[in-house]
Design a protein around this ligand. Structure first.
Ligand SMILES: NC(=O)C1=CN([C@@H]2O[C@H](COP(=O)(O)OP(=O)(O)OC[C@H]3O[C@@H](n4cnc5c(N)ncnc54)[C@H](O)[C@@H]3O)[C@@H](O)[C@H]2O)C=CC1
Ligand SMILES: O=C(CO)COP(=O)(O)O
Length: 339
């Protein structure tokens, strides 16, 4: 086995004991870091500490003894860097809870994907506002099903950080042979793909559930990428970022597999189930349900046209029928193909 490279960011705290937090904690361990995983629910803490398995959110994956598990945010005080993996709508409040307990200067890498419903804030804004000025924010996003990362299957992500040296240190701390971060300085652009693709995955699920065919799914992915890119540009992101792992990469993954919670939720809608019925049968988060309305609100503020996201929001939140909404999209005037 090759020697573990040393890192000044040797102690990694992971905040959020859902599927993704648990998988990221395993990735940090594999990168050779001392890793602490905080979970919110006492039963999840107990199951991971004693039975060494996160039965609620990532069943079937053994957790090595080297992984420290806690339910006490104060334990983050000796961590050199923290990965924040709470669902997007709770990221600000969880950050506020841990902020006074963090080591001064420790970076917080946001791994949640979404846009805040009330404020339309990106995760970097919501989390940044809740942190002391001395704790910088970075973003980790990309095509990453938790179950595959947990099993150590090869995965690549975007790690975006405004400070090049800090970004380089985070890549070195978290990267391994099977978990490969690519550094970017586009903190805004790298968040938009991950947030909006969840909404588009619901649309692709509807296509699947309604048996509208593979052509329709490819059309949604491609025109969805145009929507993502328009929004990112309006917020100051760069188009090239959206052609990378956090954009096209994640959009393709999430819109092509029923492993995606968002796509499978869309498929169930397409098959005629109600949103309330689908959500009642799940414990895991499908971020697109919440981000749909946030994206539509943000796009309206910025004057950005996002018809597919608006259609998903109409179905989820405004009582629009599936068939008339699909018909509305198919009846839009023909236009040029550019973004
Ligand atoms: N699961 C995946 O494959 C991936 C997930 N993500 C993102 O990671 C974030 C977390 O998702 P998962 O770990 O999959 O979640 P999950 O669906 O596995 O678990 C739900 C999580 O939400 C937490 N939660 C529920 N109510 C809460 C509250 N009131 N306050 C704080 N936390 C609460 C639970 O403690 C649990 O950690 C999401 O933004 C998701 O989009 C990103 C990449 C991959
Ligand atoms: O973000 C993800 C893959 O990159 C996970 O997608 P789902 O939340 O739709 O399962």
């Amino acid at each position: 086995m090759s020697a573990v490279p040393p890192s000044p960011l040797n102690r990694i705290g992971v905040v959020g004991g859902g599927a993704w937090g648990t998988a990221l904690a395993l990735a940090a361990l594999r990168a050779g870091r001392e890793t602490l995983l905080w979970a919110r629910e006492p039963a999840v803490v107990e199951a991971m500490s004693i039975r060494r398995e996160n039965r609620d959110y990532l069943p079937g994956v053994p957790l090595p003894d080297a992984l420290r598990v806690t339910g006490d945010l104060a334990d983050l005080g000796d961590c050199d860097a923290v990965l924040l993996v709470s669902p997007a709508q709770h990221a600000r409040s969880v950050t506020a809870g841990m902020a006074p307990l963090l080591k001064p200067g420790a970076p917080v890498v946001v791994c949640a994907k979404g846009i805040e419903l009330d404020s339309h804030a990106l995760m970097s804004e919501a989390v940044g506002a809740a942190l002391p000025a001395g704790n910088p924010v970075a973003i980790l996003s990309g095509p990453t099903f938790a179950a595959e990362v947990a099993r150590g299957l090869p995965t690549a992500v975007t790690l975006a950080c405004a400070d090049h040296d800090l970004g380089t240190a985070l890549v070195a701390a978290l990267g391994s042979r099977t978990f490969r971060p690519y550094l970017s300085d586009d903190v805004v652009g790298s968040q938009i793909g991950g947030a909006v693709k969840n909404v588009l995955a619901i649309a692709c699920g509807v296509v699947e559930g309604r048996r509208l065919g593979d052509n329709a799914r490819a059309a949604l992915i491609t025109r969805g990428l145009a929507e993502i890119t328009r929004l990112a540009l309006a917020l100051g992101g760069r188009a090239e970022t959206l052609m990378g792992l956090s954009g096209l990469g994640d959009l393709t993954l999430t819109c092509s597999s029923l492993q995606s919670r968002n796509m499978s939720l869309g498929a169930a809608l397409g098959e005629g189930k109600s949103l309330a019925e689908i959500l009642a049968a799940r414990r895991s988060v499908a971020e697109g349900v919440y981000t749909a309305a946030a994206v539509v609100g943000l796009a309206a503020k910025l004057g950005v046209d996002m018809p597919i996201c608006a259609a998903v929001d109409a179905i989820l939140n405004r009582g629009a029928g599936l068939d008339e909404t699909i018909d509305g999209l198919l009846s839009r005037p023909f236009r040029g193909e550019g973004v």
